[in-house]
Design a protein around this ligand. Structure first.
Ligand code: KG4
Length: 337
């Protein structure tokens, strides 16, 4: 089965062709990072316009790289949400146009289901499992008893973890998106600054990162006022130690409570080396799946793969009235599973 995946929820225009949910024939990603870098974050209107400029070329390139014809596609899977509405609409309309032109079935896929199923490209997903979703917009612990069954058991009550990374990076003068830079510098420093571990032992599976973020900002501002220098590498290492300790400890605690042996880490922050190292160190009794870096951040292969499993589990096709949704929970998109 050849699935065409289309993803445009934020600042990446991506089209991919995947055979049988595993073999990635193409995964073309046009990233706008350079464009948004000067603003220190994604500017939604600029992002939508750039998707419009790029989308046809990205489609063409995906077919060229995969060396397949549009007629060969069996299913179109497109991100319907959550995301920036203008950005989503561009990919969605391109996907619908393709489906209409070539008379192909189409389904809308939840963006976070895509991140979770990025793991199915290189690993075998085993159930039941706990998925730790960590991205620029989300931080959630999700219980999956089988394919396409999502129960959110914990989430951030304020900032998403990727958002906290990006804000901390900005305060210490690193470019956008800050996550990869903080991760790199963290490996050059030591956990010397005392930073809070918010909600570490509160017995819940919720997270909070705004207090940690404010602690870093205050530390930096206080040092600036006293004309003291901060060791940026040590500060990044201390921030990363706090974040990864809370994420890993809570994931393991939830696995123990639910008697689950399989952990899936997904979303842009799953590219974090510190997080991977801590999981490997502390969760050795669990089977931990983390995608390789190219599938961690937004890409259309993950949407094609999710589409492949979605249609097997939920045999429902959408029609051309399929619309973009800026905000929707996994549990609401897939309620009866
Ligand atoms: O999943 P994603 O590509 O986009 C969505 O939010 O949907 O995630 C982007 C986020 C950004 O906040 C970025 O800073 C973060 O993932 N990120 C990282 C790393 N690579 C990307 N955060 C920490 N360490 C990394 N290595």
């Amino acid at each position: 089965m050849l699935v065409l995946g289309v993803e445009s929820s934020c600042d990446e225009t991506s089209v991919s062709i995947v055979r049988d949910g595993k073999e990635v024939l193409s995964n073309v990603i046009n990233s706008q990072i350079k464009i948004h870098e000067k603003f220190g974050g994604v500017v939604p209107e600029v992002a939508s316009r750039h998707h419009v400029y790029q989308v046809s070329m990205v489609f063409e390139e995906a077919f060229k790289v995969a060396n397949v014809k549009p007629e060969d596609i069996d299913l179109v899977a497109v991100t319907e949400g959550p995301g920036l509405i203008g950005s989503l609409l561009v990919g969605l309309n391109a996907a619908k146009t393709f489906a209409m032109m070539y008379n192909k079935p189409i389904i809308g896929v939840h963006h976070l289901a895509g991140h979770i199923y990025a793991n199915a490209i290189e690993h075998e997903m085993k159930f039941p499992c706990i998925a730790l979703l960590v991205s620029g917009g989300n931080t959630e612990l999700v219980y999956m008893k089988k394919h396409f069954s999502f129960e959110i058991l914990g989430e951030t009550l304020d900032d998403a973890v990727g958002e906290a990374y990006d804000k901390v990076a900005r305060v210490v003068g690193l470019p956008y998106p800050g996550g990869p830079h903080v991760d790199r510098l963290a490996h050059l420093g030591k956990d010397t600054y005392k930073l809070p571990r918010v909600y570490l032992d509160d017995g819940s599976y919720n997270f909070s990162f705004s207090g940690l973020k404010s602690a870093v900002i205050n530390l930096k501002h206080n040092a600036d006022q006293r004309n003291e220098t901060i060791d940026v590498n040590d500060l990044c290492a201390s921030f990363q130690a706090s974040v990864t300790e809370v994420l890993v400890r809570k994931t393991i605690a939830l696995c123990k409570e639910k008697n689950v042996k399989n952990i899936i880490v997904a979303g842009g922050v799953s590219a974090n080396k510190g997080l991977k190292e801590r999981f490997l160190d502390e969760a050795c009794e669990f089977n931990v799946c983390i995608p390789s870096i190219k599938y961690c951040t937004d890409n259309a292969a993950m949407i094609a793969v999710a589409g492949y499993y979605q249609i097997k589990e939920i045999p429902h096709y959408d029609d051309l009235s399929l619309n973009a949704i800026a905000s929707i929970e996994l549990e609401d998109k897939y309620p009866n599973n």
